[in-house]
Design a protein around this ligand. Structure first.
Ligand code: XMP
Length: 510
């Protein structure tokens, strides 16, 4: 398998680099800076990318890779901090940029006397910048090959050693011709054929699970969503009936969800699924709690306690299967990036638990998980279900959770889903849901004054939940949604539409 390793120095969007490489048909994954290069050497390696970072190369605690990376004989591309680190380690110099460049900048590409293969078929164009430091002199053997008005060494390369650096961020969609740059690096420079497809990984994933689990038993937390279901389908192929699935109804599900999910599993998946009614347990533990991270930790802990209790009844289990995917890991702060929110299944897990974890989907993005699901022959209704977070409606009610608020949220969400379905837009929108804002406002209904709750409507488009845009829902549809929610859901007199992209917002409100 062709493979490009990304050394992760902790910038928030580093996993997008992996995505861009995979889009070129080459497998790619992030490794910590301490990664043992000889281990990487043991497997096929076609190139290395050094990522961005919040560090500055002159910080005492700045993350570094080993010198060996530059002597592996494979091409290396440094991005932003990666370029600066390459410069610093190979004898060039770094200084503070006179102005902090942030946002789009016009770059003149291919300014060196010889053509830089990284920029083949790329005209001068807008690139995305985000940096405080910059390269002030390139190391020996390197040529400067791009510039912006504020950054004279915007890219560099050493044609002999096949080392490349760009100060801008090609992984960000705002960089024009970014796909061409990744094509040039993976295909042209690293010489990859680009025939990696996610489906080709399935047998390998199943083998890995067998190795990890050995003769042990596994309980799986099934949520009804695509991640946990694909994870369970893979483990079931690996260990057969040594897998027991548990569906926990934590009282934070959407209208009719528990029944629909259970009957779907029974009819379509051939899995052994036990349903647990844990509504009282979760809601009691969440009583009086309004801080989002605390909610997440309580929910993460409560899930594990339920799985432990159920496993005990089954005579014990060695492993807990979770459908954790890559963005859950990154946003929960693993790998050095800062914590955005503790996903219940990563940062929200208790320190002590009676299981080891199996997480076969940890390296993958949602759309890749969907491709695995399709390749496994799973039903399209499941594979294309909109994502629903493990903590459920708890993170869509701002403030304390009560039964009354849950009811209002469920009913309004039901109306929204019904209207999106009728408009035939289910597959076009990544996620759509309502939010209980907790605010009350004055309105007029019939001839009287009302003082009731404000419901937020969120609908976003995305490919991987890492970056999203709010969906351009047609005004007549928005009007229909609003009037139906106000007419059908008691105690709601105002509906607002959330017009925030991610970043700077996140998809969920908490
Ligand atoms: P945010 O709100 O971070 O969400 O933009 C990104 C994606 O992750 C989902 N999400 C979660 N999923 N456990 C989950 O299983 C969690 O704790 C959690 N928090 C957010 C969210 O619905 C969106 O798809």
């Amino acid at each position: 398998m062709e493979r490009i390793a990304i050394i992760d120095f902790g910038a928030q969007y580093n996993q997008l680099i992996a995505r861009r490489v995979r889009e070129q048909g080459v497998f790619s994954e992030l490794l910590p800076p301490s990664a043992d290069v000889s281990r990487i050497r043991g497997e096929r390696l076609d190139g290395v990318i050094l990522s961005g970072s919040p560090d500055s190369v002159y910080d005492a605690a700045a993350r570094r890779c080993t010198e060996e990376v530059f002597n592996l004989g494979v091409p290396v591309l440094g991005i932003c901090y990666g370029m600066q680190l390459m410069t610093h380690m190979l004898g060039g110099t770094i200084g503070k940029a006179p102005v902090r460049e942030y946002g789009g900048a016009f770059a003149r590409l291919n300014t060196a006397r010889v053509m830089c293969p990284l920029f083949e078929d790329m005209p001068d164009s807008i690139v995305w910048m985000s940096h405080n430091d910059m390269v002030t002199s390139v190391p020996e053997g390197f040529l400067t090959c791009a510039e912006t008005d504020d950054c004279p060494n915007c890219a560099m390369f050493d044609p002999k050693r096949r080392l490349y650096g760009v100060q801008f961020h090609p992984e960000v969609a705002h960089t024009q011709y970014s796909a061409q740059l990744f094509k040039n690096f993976t295909r042209g420079i690293c010489g990859c054929g680009g025939d990696w497809r996610i489906e080709g990984l399935i047998d390998g994933i199943i083998d890995e699970i067998r190795k990890q689990v050995g003769g042990g038993t596994v309980v799986a937390g099934l949520s009804g969503g695509v991640d946990s279901s694909v994870a369970a389908a893979l483990v079931s192929r690996a260990v057969g009936d040594r897998l027991t699935c548990i569906f926990v109804d934590h009282g934070l599900l959407r209208k009719n969800e528990a029944d629909e999910v259970m009957s779907f599993y029974r009819e379509n998946m051939g899995l052994n699924v036990i349903e647990i009614d844990a509504k009282d347990y979760f809601l009691t533990r969440l009583k009086g709690v309004s801080e989002p991270e605390q909610k997440r930790r309580i929910i993460g802990d409560s899930f594990v306690r339920m799985f432990e209790q159920e496993a005990k009844k089954l005579g014990g289990a060695d492993f807990l299967l979770q459908g954790t995917i890559y963005p859950d890991v990154i946003e929960s702060g693993s790998g050095g990036a800062s914590v955005i929110k503790s996903h219940h299944n990563v940062g929200g897990l208790p320190e002590k638990m009676g299981f080891k974890l199996v997480e076969p989907l940890r390296p993958f993005f949602k759309d890749e998980v969907r491709s695995i699901g399709e390749a496994l022959g799973m039903p399209p209704e499941l594979v294309w279900r909109q994502p629903f977070p493990g903590p459920g409606l708890a993170i869509r009610i701002l403030g304390e959770i009560t039964e009354d608020k849950l009811n209002i949220l469920r009913e309004s969400d039901y109306v929204l889903r019904d209207e999106i379905k009728k408009a035939g837009m289910e597959r076009k929108i990544w996620q759509y849901f309502t939010v209980f804002t907790g605010m009350r406002s004055v309105g007029v209904m019939g001839d009287g004054r009302t003082y009731d709750y404000v419901i937020g409507v969120r609908a976003v488009v995305s490919t991987d939940a890492m970056t999203v845009e709010f969906a351009d829902l047609p005004a007549p549809l928005l009007r229909k949604i609003s009037s139906r929610i106000i007419a059908e859901v008691p105690h709601v007199n105002r509906v607002v539409y959330d017009i925030t992209d991610k970043p700077p917002g996140t998809i969920e409100w908490e």
